[in-house]
Design a protein around this ligand. Structure first.
Ligand code: AHR
Length: 328
């Protein structure tokens, strides 16, 4: 069960007391006789990996902001494995960081390690992906997108723009068990189920990776000669699928409609070139917001426990006019 609260957070200030004391010591300059100006905020970041362009932009955004603010930033890539992220969190706890930022690979299985962080008085900020837990006190806050809504937006664009008595869709799913794969599927299906002329004929994972998207699309094209739409949980898999479609002698965007999520610059270019029909935005640029939030948590200031980004939808009608201003 996911548990969300829009209330301002007070509960975690109790849990984060040791870190808050340190932070207030820094602010007041009375931290155990040391020179407060030289004390650095120590933040650990347990990242998913580097599976997509989106993910790299996300890592860059946090690293750049940490540098700007002079934060002692400890970065760990999970390389797509939950056990690596759990190990990283344990190591951050052992190093006595002030706060941990976690972008969880999958939704479940976090309670034991987050309890360890909680016992050590280290607040955890979930960024990008949520977890499935019955214990809300295990994390201080969440910032990210509403993945269910992204799935709905993708499907809404499709039902409004793709006509036909029998529209056949193949779905390229993200990492099994991850919040974006689960939620983008549910949101999309919710809309599709209301339209009897749309059918999802295949749904398989390509792990948010471009090469996997290409391989999966190659095999789907061999199985089905009548695919009308590709719905991809991210742009990298869609761009891989486009390579497979072109190699099969078909025109992506015309013979097969392509809809995907993230809105990276390359996907914008593909929309302008007519190879992708619709992209739903999902920003990876959390750096400034994540560190603002971390500082508020550590300073005991009020903050919003769940901050959800507003995502846009782009297609051939509006992509060209904004492409130059895109930041990732
Ligand atoms: O969690 C966000 C998703 O993870 C992005 O859509 C995808 O590109 C990334 O790997």
């Amino acid at each position: 069960m996911k548990s969300y609260s829009s209330q301002f957070m007070t509960l975690f200030t109790r849990l984060a007391a040791p870190a808050m004391l340190l932070a207030s010591a820094l602010l007041t300059g009375c931290g155990g006789g040391g020179d407060a100006a030289n004390e650095q905020l120590k933040i650990g970041f347990a990242q998913v990996g580097a599976e997509s362009v989106w993910r790299t932009a996300n890592t860059d955004s946090l690293q750049n902001e940490a540098k700007k603010r002079g934060v002692d930033f400890k970065f760990s890539s999970g390389e797509g494995k939950q056990e690596n992220q759990i190990r990283a969190i344990r190591s951050f706890v052992a190093q006595g960081v002030d706060l941990i930022i976690l972008s969880p690979i999958v939704e479940t299985g976090w309670d034991p390690v987050l309890k360890e962080a909680k016992r050590a008085g280290i607040p955890v900020l979930l960024m990008d992906r949520e977890i499935d837990t019955a214990d809300e006190s295990l994390y201080a806050a969440f910032i990210g997108s509403d993945f269910v809504e992204e799935g709905r937006l993708a499907a809404q664009w499709m039902v409004e723009n793709v006509k036909g008595d029998e529209v056949k869709i193949v779905e390229l799913e993200g990492t099994p068990g991850s919040a974006p794969a689960i939620d983008r599927q549910n949101g999309f299906k919710e809309v599709v189920d209301k339209h009897s002329n749309f059918t999802i004929i295949e749904s398989q994972s390509a792990n948010f990776r471009r090469s996997d998207g290409k391989d999966l699309m190659e095999s789907l094209l061999k199985l089905h000669s009548d695919i009308d739409v590709v719905y991809s949980h991210n742009d990298d898999m869609a761009l891989g699928a486009i390579q497979a479609i072109e190699a099969a002698g078909l025109k992506p965007g015309t013979d097969i409609i392509i809809i995907s999520i993230d809105a990276i610059k390359e996907a914008f270019e593909a929309v302008v070139a007519g190879k992708i029909n619709c992209i739903v935005e999902c920003t990876p640029l959390f750096g400034p917001l994540a560190f603002d939030m971390a500082e508020k948590i550590l300073n005991g200031e009020p903050y919003e426990r769940r901050v959800v980004m507003k995502d846009g939808v782009f297609d051939q009608t509006n992509a060209a006019e904004v492409i130059d201003s895109r930041k990732y």
